[in-house]
Design a binder for this molecule. Structure first.
Ligand code: ADP
Length: 189
């Protein structure tokens, strides 16, 4: 199964993506994790993206597309988390998946209000000390989400691929809604 999960920062996207991956035995391909690992390694990619991540800005599309192309080419199924974040990234994803004849089965959207998202991110910042969970970077990331990633959501909605889930519920309730959605996809295949 090929699953894309969308939602704003603080929607619980990473948590749910990990659960889906574990429950269905598929890899969790999370661009934020890949980029943070590159930063921790001090690789060439890491050095280049470190200041971008810290500000809460977006890494250039061409860099992200190359990164994800390499990764998805070797996977049959996956839970994709953190990509695409812009319409050009979504276009690139659609065409690369079409090329390798591995279309997405479903696009999940975790819906939460900005208030809830902000509250959760501030809490996470206090616990995990992620460089981009500082108030300024959080605001920048949410702004980018509304301006650049919401059009991606609308693109998949228009294509009839989107299943929206209420992300303000507890982790297990959200997980149950997601499993119902994935069950329906399995039944269609
Ligand atoms: P969050 O969703 O909480 O912002 P992520 O871990 O998904 O966290 O991403 C962290 C950072 O990594 C982003 O703020 C951005 O700088 C960079 N990043 C991740 N994925 C992408 C992408 N597809 N395009 C551009 N930048 C990205």
């Amino acid at each position: 199964m090929r699953v894309l999960i969308l939602g704003p920062q603080g929607s619980g996207k990473g948590t749910q993506a990990k659960r889906i991956a574990a429950a269905h035995g598929m890899p969790h391909v999370a661009t934020g994790d890949i980029l943070r690992a590159a930063v921790a390694d001090g690789s060439e990619l890491g050095l280049r993206v470190a200041p971008i991540l810290e500000r809460g800005d977006l890494v250039p599309d061409d860099l992200m597309v190359d990164l994800i192309r390499e990764r998805l080419a070797v996977e049959d199924g996956f839970v994709l988390d953190g990509f695409p974040r812009t319409v050009p990234q979504a276009e690139a994803l659609d065409s690369m998946l079409e090329e390798i004849e591995k279309p997405l089965d479903v696009v999940l959207l975790l819906e939460v209000s900005d208030e809830v998202a902000l509250e959760r991110l501030v809490q996470r910042g206090a616990i995990e000390h992620r460089a981009d969970d500082e108030p300024d970077a959080i605001r920048t990331r949410l702004r980018h989400y509304h301006a650049l990633t919401e059009p991606v959501v609308e693109r998949y909605r228009a294509a009839g691929m989107l299943v929206a889930v209420d992300g303000e519920q507890g982790v297990d309730e959200v997980g149950a809604d997601i499993e119902r959605a994935l069950g329906a996809v399995g039944a269609r295949r």
